[in-house]
Design a protein. Structure first.
Ligand code: NZQ
Ligand code: ZN
Length: 385
């Protein structure tokens, strides 16, 4: 096992009716700025619940952050912070809102230059407004991690940044707020969480047995609760299981002491920027093709995955791995998630070229051994037919 630091300071408040506890979770004094997305939280009553809990407090709101939060919009929120001077930011929404709020928190205090440098130069975030979150979409794990992802269409970029100052102070997670999710968002969330786990698991063995078993626990639970969540909108137990899985998939625990391979995400971000695929959709058309392309490098863990997750006993190891990758694709398809670019009418050859250029610009060397370069990424995307 490799050396590691592990620190996760976010308090999780999980379960039915927990939004009402916001009044005791936010700092006792100062103005609160809500950061929100579109109409969903108004339609499903979450906005009312938040405002009810904070009714004795001074609250201002910045709303209208769309999926894949856009730098220009977030900078409008930074202007509002400068005008209103809130002492605390409260994100209410999915990954886009939570990530956007992290950027606003950092950009509001960034004095070293243009706040875009937080993304473009991965400039160190030394100060940030404190923030808390109310999660409405289980998927990204953003509620208890220090990561944000921001897009800038004008530069055709979607960039991941992180800083310990950006861990939320608390995360309110009420599974009932997910009852209003449309099927495609449940599908996106389950697949995103599943892929987060695989990216920290399907690399090479480093004698980290607990991390392996923790990853396998999340995968097996997602296989169990994913279809139930999709089948029944108000199955509280399935939704609670899904919400906790999505959180555990990317709260920092699974990557302790092990190599990681976030190449699927990096390539997926290019596809989102250029073709408008939702985050979950973009990574689902990459993952299985990447695993096939990288099967020699990942052979030992792929075999473990075949045996322990899919219970494939074939003595022929190559066959077992092939079957495990095919089962993964089948699971995504059963969740209603396409796994090929052609399912969206996108030409894989053209997309491959676009991805190659995007990765060349950053001189990207991806994968657990840094062996996936722009040409390899293009080969992976080209295979998604
Ligand atoms: O805009 P509204 O009306 O709020 O609707 C949203 C949005 O259209 C809707 N929604 C959210 N909660 C709902 C709901 N609709 C009905 N009922 C509810 N309870 O869902 C739509 C998608 O929301 P979004 O926040 O974009 O989804 P998600 O949570 O999947 O977040 C995706 C973003 O997170 C980034 C992605 O790249 C993408 O930008 N990621 C962040 C990560 C992190 N911070 O660690 C890691 C991930 O890998 C990912 O990259
Ligand atoms: Zn993701």
């Amino acid at each position: 096992m490799r050396n590691f630091d592990y620190h996760n300071p976010t308090k999780v408040v999980f379960g039915k009716g927990t939004i009402s506890r916001l009044k005791n979770l936010v700092p006792p004094r100062g103005k609160i700025m809500l950061v929100t997305g579109g109409e969903s939280i108004r339609k499903n009553g979450v906005h009312d619940q938040v405002m009810d809990s904070l009714k004795k407090r001074e609250v201002v709101e910045f709303s209208g952050i769309a999926p894949n939060p856009e730098y220009d919009v977030l900078m409008q929120a930074v202007d509002m912070v400068k005008k209103e001077e809130p002492s605390f930011l409260l994100a209410v929404g999915g990954g886009s809102i939570m990530d956007g709020t992290k950027f606003i928190a950092a950009a509001s205090k960034y004095t070293a230059g243009d706040p875009w440098e937080i993304c473009s130069k991965l400039a160190k975030v030394t100060d940030a407004l404190p923030l808390g979150v109310v999660v409405t979409l289980p998927a990204t794990g953003s509620e208890t991690n220090n990561i944000g992802v921001v897009s800038r269409k004008a530069e055709e970029k979607k960039i991941v940044f992180h800083a310990d100052k950006l861990f939320p102070r608390f995360a309110v997670m009420d599974p009932e707020v997910t009852y209003s999710l449309p099927d495609n968002q449940v599908r996106n969330g389950v697949v995103d969480a599943f892929i987060h786990v695989l990216e920290q698991y399907l690399t090479y063995p480093v004698q980290a047995p607990l991390q392996d078993r923790q990853a396998e626990a999340v995968l097996l639970t997602l296989l169990e609760v994913g279809p139930k969540t999709l089948a029944q909108k108000q199955d509280y137990d399935a939704r609670a299981g899904f919400m906790w899985c999505a959180n555990q998939a990317l709260n920092g625990l699974l990557k302790c002491g092990v190599p990681t391979d976030f190449a699927t995400h990096r390539i997926g971000h290019e596809l989102t920027v250029h073709y408008g695929l939702a985050h979950g959709e973009a990574i689902a058309v990459v993952l299985c093709w990447l695993l096939r392309h990288q099967r020699e490098n990942k052979q030992d863990k792929l075999l473990q995955y075949a045996r322990r997750i899919w219970m494939i006993e074939d003595k022929d190891e190559e066959l077992a791995v092939n079957r495990a990758i095919a089962e993964t694709e089948c699971f995504f398809n059963e969740m209603g998630m396409p796994t090929r670019l052609t399912d969206y009418g996108i030409d894989p050859a053209e997309a491959a070229e676009t991805v190659r250029k995007g990765l060349e610009r950053d001189q990207a060397k991806l994968g657990e051994r840094g062996l996936i370069g722009p040409e390899d990424a293009a080969d992976i995307v080209r295979a998604s037919v």
